[in-house]
Design a protein. Structure first.
Length: 298
């Protein structure tokens, strides 16, 4: 999470780029694995700076649980579908969001907020910015944020041995977006989160309609990412089925060709934005964020 500190000062520039408080679109933030909503050196600091530099803006940094420890633990162990339902309830009860809001997800928070967009259209999400989100899932766990290396080792072993068992799917967050290209049928059949929001078991027209309502869907890929495997998942690409070496871009996937989520239509309409940035996972400069990301929040 220390990497996020590099971007914090530039978020203060939001106040210079946006208009009067009444015209500012609210912002909803969802943190990544091992972080929490209000960690003073990550999301909490970001929220305070945004609120300070944009008078009157409403920033909701999502917290799952009654305290920061629970929020952090839930990023590892709480069923993602339950988390999304909880977030949808939080958004619906927030009067500041009735007119719509922008959403910014960091790492796994990116695909979780996409699930919110697909499942909960009220209040409306206007723009979705996914910073390092793994939209086709992951097949590898090379690094793990957090304090406990023992926890990370346990998660790796659990994913390798039984990612698609019912118990693991329901109680380990990272298993719910584990995508094994060598076991595609197991993934489609048993993934309780990612396979659902990616329309792997059938077409949910509501999911498609809701996602297509976004003005922009911005996906940021870290060009030197050593945590996400494969990094192209951050642009909705993945390994070519049946092996784990060759990757294909979104446009070559069946999801896109069959337009099961409306991504092909969104792409042709200019609603999909693919951004690449030099650096490892969640490492980027203030200058890049200022010039590249802030315009989507205005």
């Amino acid at each position: 999470m220390a990497a996020l500190r590099t971007v914090v000062p530039v978020l203060a520039l939001l106040g210079l780029c946006l208009g009067p408080a009444a015209a500012v679109t609210p912002l909803v933030i969802w943190h990544g694995m091992g972080d929490s909503c209000c960690n003073p050196v990550s999301m909490g600091y970001i929220q305070k700076l945004v609120e300070k530099k944009i008078p009157g803006i409403h920033v909701l940094s999502l917290k799952i649980g009654s305290n920061l420890i629970q929020d952090m633990e839930n990023s590892f162990f709480m069923n993602v579908n339950d988390q999304v339902s909880e977030v949808c309830s939080q958004l619906a009860m927030d009067p500041h969001l009735k007119g719509g809001y922008n959403a910014m997800g960091f790492s796994q928070g990116g695909q979780f907020l996409r699930a919110v967009a697909q499942r909960c259209p009220s209040p409306p999400m206007l723009n979705l910015i996914s910073i390092g989100g793994q939209h086709q899932g992951v097949y590898g766990f090379p690094r793990c944020p957090g304090e406990s290396s023992h926890l990370c080792d346990w998660i790796r072993k659990t994913l390798d041995l039984g990612a698609y068992t019912k118990a693991v799917q329901e109680h380990l967050v990272q298993a719910e977006y584990w995508h094994d290209p060598l076991k595609e049928e197991d993934y489609r059949k048993n993934s309780i989160f990612l396979a659902d929001i990616n329309q792997e078991r059938g077409i949910n027209e509501t999911y498609k309609k809701n996602l297509m309502a976004l003005k922009k869907f911005v996906m940021v890929k870290f060009l030197n990412d050593t945590m996400v495997d494969p990094p192209i998942s951050e642009w909705f690409g993945f390994y070519k089925s049946g092996q784990a070496k060759e990757t294909i871009p979104l446009q070559e996937t069946s999801l896109y060709k069959e337009d099961r989520l409306g991504l092909q239509e969104m792409d042709k309409a200019g609603k999909l934005v693919f951004l690449g940035v030099q650096g490892d996972h969640l490492h980027f400069s203030e200058e890049w964020f200022d010039s590249t990301i802030l315009p989507f929040l205005q």
